[in-house]
Design a protein around this ligand. Structure first.
Ligand SMILES: O=C(O)CCC(=O)C(=O)O
Length: 245
């Protein structure tokens, strides 16, 4: 469980890292599944080119066009993954942050992020809630590092406290990414060791660089909501049932 100070830190900053929360054996097992599915490009996947982020290959037929960025539907890939995402060590902490009844959204995140050294793109500053549709903008994502994550291989950057800031439309571009030319932000770099778990609010601004190393970076990411924070009827967020914890 989180201490009271850690809960307060999450509320203030919009994120918290639980160091070495995942057992090395769990990380190795999930990483092996990810490597297997990445080698086979096992669907459903999102390619780098689908993101249209800066530095992404222009099309599926361009050099690096078949580089996988996300192995989607992680929970359906292997029981090891869904067990990890719903285990008491995660559920208990999420209940402290969200409330007594928590569900995992199968629609949002629920993926293995793979960041390829040759063809990765840059993810500009954004809040995940921008394309999600729920009664309240109160969801928490859980990001498990399956290997070391650091600046050079494209780790996350977060803006502490941004989950409670109001941003005017002039501060965002058409795709709802923060415009760096409007506001000079001093990013905090979130370096993670294998097994470290980042909990972050759906309104916390975050970004990530491309991978400038020789190795693919693997992380697995899930999003959770209070059971009474229902997706809006007819929205993509409502397209699959939640998994109760
Ligand atoms: O690893 C990255 O590039 C960041 C991904 C991200 O921020 C997201 O999917 O919301």
């Amino acid at each position: 469980m989180f201490s009271a100070a850690e809960v307060a830190q999450f509320k203030r900053d919009g994120y918290i890292v639980a160091r070495a929360l995942a057992a090395p054996g769990d990380c190795a097992a999930i990483r092996a599944i990810a490597q297997r599915d990445l080698a086979a490009a096992k669907p459903p996947v999102e390619y780098e080119t689908d993101t249209k982020y800066p530095g992404a290959p222009a099309s599926l037929d361009a050099p690096g066009g078949r580089t996988v960025r996300r192995l989607l539907q992680a929970c359906a890939r292997d029981p090891v993954i869904v067990r990890w995402a719903t285990q008491p060590a995660i559920a208990g902490r999420l209940k402290q942050l969200i409330g007594p009844q928590v569900e995992l959204s199968q629609v949002h995140h629920n993926c293995v992020m793979t960041k390829n050294p040759s063809y990765s793109s840059v993810t500009n500053w954004h809040q995940d809630i921008r394309y999600w549709s729920f009664t309240r903008p109160e969801l928490v994502s859980v990001w498990l590092a399956l290997g070391r994550e650091y600046f050079e291989n494209g780790c996350l950057l977060v803006l502490p406290g941004s989950h409670v800031m109001d941003f005017g439309p002039q501060q965002m571009d058409e795709a709802l990414f923060l415009r760096p030319d409007v506001e000079a932000n001093k990013p905090l770099i979130v370096e993670l060791e294998p097994g470290d778990v980042l909990f972050f609010h759906c309104r916390t601004l975050h970004a990530a660089g491309n991978n400038q190393t020789a190795d693919t970076k693997f992380s697995v990411v899930f999003t959770y909501r209070a059971a009474d924070n229902l997706p809006l009827a007819g929205s993509r967020s409502a397209s699959l049932p939640g998994i109760p914890l």
